[in-house]
Design a protein around this ligand. Sequence first.
Ligand code: R5P
Length: 293
Amino acid sequence: MADTDGMKETKNYHLDKPAKSQAFGLKGCNELDWGMKNRLSNIFRPETGRTVMLAVDHGYFMGPTTGLERIDVDIVPLLPYADTLMCTRGALRSMIPPTFNKGVVMRSSGGPSILKEISNEHIAVAVEDAVRMNVAAMAVQVFIGGEFETQSVHNMTRLVDEGLRYGIPTLAVTAVGKDMNRDAKYMRLATRICAELGASYLKTYYVKDFETVTASCPVPIVIAGGKKLPELDALTMASNAINDGAAGVDMGRNIFQSDAPHAMIQAVSKVVHDNMSPKDGLDLYQTLKNEAK
Ligand code: R5P
């Protein structure tokens, strides 16, 4: 029933307080729509502007990767420590509890397996399904210099168009082909092209002179972890990337292939969000690992 009788006079206009007009903290994202910013805030922690994305999408072309044989058993217990989960829709619907209420970054391109030319990808998720799953972003692999370069760029621009329609950010994942140099010159080229063509944020690998990659890319960059390294090396890589301007990590194998994944993800999170030194991160990792024994 409408409140018509005995209404209290309005009075709290806070005339001494100007309306707030705050800049959105993420690099290059200030002009995005509210929904986009809201979803990005479900990936990047607003307090730090950084993220620890737990990447478990490897099965989309590698099958049951070591450490991901049972996502329900081995990955679900790690979710409380991640800011965001990057996975496939198959894994999401079959193994991730819908009570998980942080950001989900949906692997949205695919096609070839590791047995074929991997740059020959197509879009693998309709934007309506991304909406249905309430994802925070759609991730698409882009193969600059690869055999199917143009096709992969086109996959990205189509997802960007569809994402803009629904307020869903697009993460461009720069993939480095077997015959390409994994260096700053290549990463600058690949990340800048993706950003210019509309990617909301980028994932790439950490390389020497990484600060030139982040400086020349107008939107946030997170780094992939890559192949499993000793824990101290992985923590050092994360720390260096943050110091060189990365907005976080999208880390998979260096977490789920660790001897103590729950300890490693907490150490990575401290390095990313609290600027913990790699050495202190390793101490934390070992303490948490020993406590669990
Ligand atoms: C590749 O399979 C995916 O894009 C991964 O999400 C990405 O490479 C990050 O995982 P990792 O840290 O294992 O490289």
